[in-house]
Design a protein around this ligand. Sequence first.
Ligand SMILES: Cc1cc2nc3c(=O)[nH]c(=O)nc-3n(C[C@H](O)[C@H](O)[C@H](O)COP(=O)(O)OP(=O)(O)OC[C@H]3O[C@@H](n4cnc5c(N)ncnc54)[C@H](O)[C@@H]3O)c2cc1C
Length: 412
Amino acid sequence: MIDFEFEPQALKQTLMYHTVAERMMRPISREYDEREHEHPWDFWRTMWSASQNLGPAASGAEKPSKGAAGAANGAPKLRNLYTCLSTEELCWGDAGLFLSIPNPGLGGAAVAAAGTPEQKARFLKRFGEGEPKWGAMAITEPGCGSDSAAVTTTATRDGDHWVINGTKIFCTAGQMSAEKSEGFVVVWATVDRGAGRAGIKPFVVDHHTPGMTVVRVENKLGIRASDTAMIVFDNCRVPADHLLGSAEVKPTGGFKDVMATFDATRPIVAAMAIGVGRAALDFVRDYLTEHQVPIRYGISPRRLTAIERDFMDMEAHLKAARLLTWRAAWMLDMGMRNSLEASMAKAKAGRAVTLITQKAVEILGPIGYSRKVLVEKWMRDAKINDIFEGTQQINLMIIARRILDYSSKELN
Ligand SMILES: Cc1cc2nc3c(=O)[nH]c(=O)nc-3n(C[C@H](O)[C@H](O)[C@H](O)COP(=O)(O)OP(=O)(O)OC[C@H]3O[C@@H](n4cnc5c(N)ncnc54)[C@H](O)[C@@H]3O)c2cc1C
C-alpha cells in the first residue's frame, strides 16, 4: 500500500532543496539560459560539496533487488521516491541547472541497473571524493533514437580490451563527463550485430580516453544550462572489465538492462516536468492574487470563470502526474516491476507540463511572453520532458503493449 506520510527527514530535505532552488537557482536562471555554453562553477561547487556531506540526492535512481525495501548502507528505504521529491524542488528552481549539477546522472543509473556489485562500487566511488564530476549515458545515434535497439556503434574484443567505434548524439552532460572532469560516459554498443537487441551492451568509457572526442555541443530551445553533446568513438579502447554485467550474448538478455535503466529514470524525468509545471502554476497563482483575480474552489462548475476553470484544470493535471510519478518511484523502491507505471508517469507529466506552461503564457498574455519573467523560459524548458527518455508517443506505445499484452514485435 502507498503511504503518503513522508518521514520527517524527507520533508526536511525537501525544504532544504526548495531553499537551494529559490536562493541559488532562480537568481541565475535567466543568466545561464542566455549564456548557453557558460558554466555556473560557483553553483556546481556548492552543490558538489553539499552532495559530499548529504549524499547525492539527485544522482539518479537505484534499483533494489526484489523485495529489498529495507534501507541498504544507511540509504533511505524510499530512495527513488525521495529523489523525485528533491528533483521536483530543484526543477521548480531551474530544470537546465538541475541537469547540469555534477553527479553520476544517467551514466550512474546505467551502472546501477546493469553493473555487477563490484562495478557499482568501483565506478560510483569516485563520485564521493575529489573535484566535481559528471556521468553521462549515450544510446542515441544519428540513425537510432526511439528505436534504441537499432544501435550501430560497435564494440569489438581485442585481447584485454574492447574497441568502440561509432557516433553518439544528444548526450546530456556529455561534454562535462568526457572532457571536463574525472567522470565517465556509459556507451551502448553492439558486440554482435547478428544477435540484434541481445548483442547490445553498456561500456564505461572513462574521461579523456583516447579515441573519445566531443565534436559538438548543441544549441537548444530549452534546458540551455545543460550540455548536450555529440561524441565520436574512433577506435576507442576500454579495459575488458568496463563492459557492465556479463559479456555473454543471451537470446533473451542484454537489452533488458536498457529497459531497466529507463524504468528507473523515467519517474525522475516525470518529477522534473512536475517541478517546471509547478513553477508556472505558482507564478500564475501569485499573479492572479496580486491582480485580485480570485480562484474560487468548491463552487458549482457552472459559476466558474474561464480563468478559474483553466487554473483548476492545470492543477488537476499536475496532481495526477505527481501521483503517477510517486507510484512508479515507490514501486521501484519496493523492488516491484514498474515499466508500465514509469511510462504512464513520464507520458502524463510530459503532456501536463507542456500544457500547463503554454496555458501560463496564455493567461499572462504579453507579460508571459516577455523575457522580464521566467514563464516563457519554462515553456521552452517543458518540451524536453516529452522527448528524452522516450518520447510521448513511445511511452504511450509501451503503455498500450503492457495493458494489451503485446510484444514489441506485435505493436511498434
Ligand atoms: C536535450 C536532449 C537531451 C538528450 N539526452 C540524451 C542522453 O543523455 N542520452 C541519450 O542516449 N539520448 C539523449 N537524447 C536523445 C533522445 O532520447 C531522443 O531524441 C529521443 O529518444 C527521440 O529519438 P529521435 O531523436 O531519434 O527521434 P525519432 O525516433 O526519429 O522520433 C521522431 C518522432 O517520431 C515519433 N516516433 C518514432 N517512432 C514512433 C513509433 N513507433 N510510433 C509512433 N511515433 C513514433 C517520436 O515520438 C517523435 O515524435 C536527448 C535528446 C535531447 C533533445
